[in-house]
Design a binder for this molecule. Structure first.
Ligand code: GLC
Length: 557
């Protein structure tokens, strides 16, 4: 067994992107009362916790990851009383509420920044400011949203650092007053019965002393090696743990870009986080820019799966295949046309049968797919728009049309199209004009249509959630890969060290029909097929003649 048993090791987390979940008042933007309307849906899914993307007051330059006031709810989303209704409604259904903690940066409209740029104490040093000539930034770091990571502020006549958009100035974590203010804000929410935090870009908080120029040519952006897991990041997280987290019974998951196993282990075992979100599997189809896409390879997916499943033995993995920043999982790792249903179920089976805590992104439980955006005006994501505009400006691309497919593939807007509730206009998301276009496949892919249909993706997810709850071996069993060299099929056992029972997952990741022979030495006699995405006439796992994207999960005694 892995350390202590914890609810979050045994449960499933469902991620809600509030702007796109359900609009209750017809303004075209999802809101908290909209989520409240759907509480019974969450209960029916059977999930144990909801991770709510930011709902704080914000000018929405980066859809809420630019917080203007940490202690207020954005008007368009509702009021604090609405938030309390949501929290209580979740708790009444035994669903925990995980809030998003965005403390690498604030909005430039946050009071701290407004005062800081006017040199008003005590906020003068709340952000990473550097003096200097207005035409020469303090170093060569680049923003993760393209372009330089520095903007010259005419009011203060100094440069400020922003690892993301210019409207997201980075807080200066070397300043103890900043850290204390952040901790106080965290306590404020925890005292309001929040059950944990998903921590935005948590391994970017520390910037290397002296802010040296970046030199690593292979880095995704210049400066990376000086702000990704840079010292003294572990000290900051330990302090946060001591000052805040250790005093409450909460779940934490930190978004950790480009994290190594050793750093992940430190964040968890030494610094006190419960999990981190890792990215190795999100880089498999990367080809170095937003304007290119590489084919991902099953061998690589197997490698990164085994790396984390066996490498983080002292910690605990988070499991995810999509979120609000990523393409839709079925469009990326499955077939979103002919085998949309089968391949979504296959991917879900992978997600739910690994060791760790599965995170389900809203709409993935329906098999929602990437949308198609025809013009730049269709995009809403600041990262997409900024990248395309800068690339056009600098001549990196001549015209949008030439890169449309790649941009369409990567844009974060794919994950942000409205949740598809029914075949009513706008997928039942709003009676108004939606803030972002609705995916055209909604008449076919929606909750109303799938609920109660035993063959639907949605009912399959419910089955997986239940299976996970019922089977201790799926929670705590160790991961043992088999068929490691197979080009189309991924397979593994889950096994408790001290108990005899095991689980076996066999996953055909492609549209071929491989015949698979399982290794000898494992007892398959009493194999019980507990989950599959096809009708199976002969459940004997020793004779596997797999169909496109077929997934099978067995329990072995
Ligand atoms: C994280 C969020 C993303 C946001 C960025 C800056 O990666 O998931 O949506 O744009 O941080 O806050």
């Amino acid at each position: 067994m892995d350390g202590q048993r914890e609810w979050w090791k045994e449960g499933v987390v469902y991620q809600i992107y509030p702007q796109s979940f359900k609009d209750s008042d017809g303004d075209g933007v999802g809101d908290i009362p909209g989520i409240v309307e759907k509480l019974d849906y969450l209960d029916y899914l059977g999930v144990d916790a909801v991770w709510l993307n930011p709902v704080y007051d914000s000018p929405l330059a980066d859809n809420g990851y630019d917080v203007r006031d940490y202690r207020a709810i954005l008007d368009e989303y509702g009021t604090m009383a609405d938030w309390e209704t949501l929290r209580d409604g979740l708790h009444d259904r035994d669903i925990r509420l995980i809030m998003d903690l965005v403390v690498n940066h604030t909005s430039d409209e946050h009071e701290w920044f407004r005062k800081s740029r006017r040199l008003e104490d005590p906020y003068t040093d709340y952000y990473v400011w550097r003096d200097g000539d207005s035409d020469e930034p303090p170093n060569n770091w680049e923003s993760l949203f393209d372009g330089p990571a520095w903007t010259y502020d005419d009011e203060r006549e100094a440069w400020y650092l922003h690892l993301f958009d210019p409207k997201q100035p980075d807080l200066d974590w070397t300043n103890p007053a900043v850290r204390e203010d952040v901790y106080e804000m965290m306590r404020w929410w925890l005292d309001r019965d929040v059950d944990g935090f998903r921590m935005d870009v948590i391994n970017l908080l520390a910037k290397r002393d002296g802010l040296p120029d970046g030199t690593d040519d292979a880095a995704p952006v210049t400066g990376w090696e000086h702000f990704v897991s840079a010292p003294p990041i572990h000290e900051y997280i330990q302090e946060m743990h001591e000052e805040v987290l250790s005093r409450y019974d909460v779940m934490t998951v930190g978004e950790a870009l480009d994290v190594s196993i050793e750093d992940a282990r430190r964040f968890i075992v030494e610094d006190g986080l419960d999990m981190v979100f890792t990215f190795d599997h999100m880089y498999l189809d990367e080809a170095g820019s937003r304007f290119t896409v590489a084919e991902w390879e099953l061998a690589d997916l197997k490698e990164v799966t085994a790396k984390w499943q066996t490498g983080l033995s002292e910690g605990w993995n988070s499991l995810y295949l999509g979120n609000h920043d990523q393409p839709r999982m079925v469009s990326r790792f499955g077939d979103d046309a002919e085998y949309r249903r089968e391949s979504t179920k296959l991917l879900a089976t992978y997600l739910f049968t690994l060791k760790g805590t599965p995170f389900v992104y809203q709409g993935d439980e329906l098999g929602m797919t990437n949308a198609r955006f025809e013009t730049i005006d269709d995009y809403r994501d600041v990262a997409t728009i900024r990248a395309v505009e800068l690339a056009l400006e600098t001549g990196h691309i001549d015209q949008f049309d030439a890169v449309r497919n790649a941009v369409n593939y990567w844009t974060r807007d794919n994950a942000r199209t409205p949740m598809q509730w029914s075949d009513d206009p706008n997928a039942g998301f709003t009676v108004g004009e939606p803030w972002i276009k609705v995916n055209e496949d909604y008449p076919d892919v929606n909750v109303e249509r799938q609920r109660g249909d035993p063959d639907s993706v949605l009912e399959y997810y419910r089955q997986l959630v239940a299976l996970r709850h019922e089977q201790p071996v799926l929670k705590y069993g160790n991961y043992v890969p088999i068929l490691e060299e197979h080009a189309e099929v991924m397979a593994y056992l889950r096994r408790h060290d001290e108990q005899a029972n095991r689980a076996l997952a066999v996953l055909n990741f492609f549209d071929g029909r491989p015949v698979v022979e399982l290794p000898s030495g494992v007892e398959y006699d009493d194999a019980d097929l507990v989950c599959t995405n096809y009708d199976v006439a002969d459940p004997d796992p020793r004779e596997l003649d797999l169909r496109p994207y077929e997934a099978r999960v067995y329990l072995l005694d």
